[in-house]
Design a protein around this ligand. Sequence first.
Ligand code: SF4
Length: 191
Amino acid sequence: MKIEIENPDPFLEQLKKVYIKMDAAYNNAAAHYGFECRGCPDNCCLTRFFHHTVLEYAYVKKGFFLLKPEIQEDVKKSASDVCRKTSELQKENKEIRLMCPLNFKGLCQIYEYRPMICRLHGIAHELHWSGKITYGPGCGAFTDHTKGMNYYKFDRTPFYIEIADLENELKKRAGIASKIKMTIAEMIETF
Ligand code: SF4
């Protein structure tokens, strides 16, 4: 599904500000635990994350079109391979763990433009939603690293709220009513 949004930049500037606060909160939590992601076999870029906002779709798209044309071409090819392999694995009812098409040799090609879940993944967190608090564990490397340590409050809620508010405003302005649920590979296929 191709999504066209006219001049999303004012919204993307707001999103960038939310990401700056999010990254700072993440770094504070990571520093508290003395945790640093150094890459591991359980690479989170292999996880089939879904992204749910046109706001982040537009941000990833912006990052993608800042890449050199030859890199864009490689990423496009890789995205189409990932989508094809995903549907083959789905047909065979097999686990889907395929490298994100934006990850080249361990480096995210749109690092400054990566979506929220890529920024927040890894560290144990909490979310206050609909009167309930849910707690999420960190990744395997984080769990191993923090054995025996006390929980440090890392609350994702303010970031989710700010992004949801921006998303609603953007969709209203752009006249978009439908919801999205897309992987990075699926997004890139539409660029
Ligand atoms: S967008 Fe970047 S950080 Fe996120 S999964 Fe892809 S390569 Fe990894």
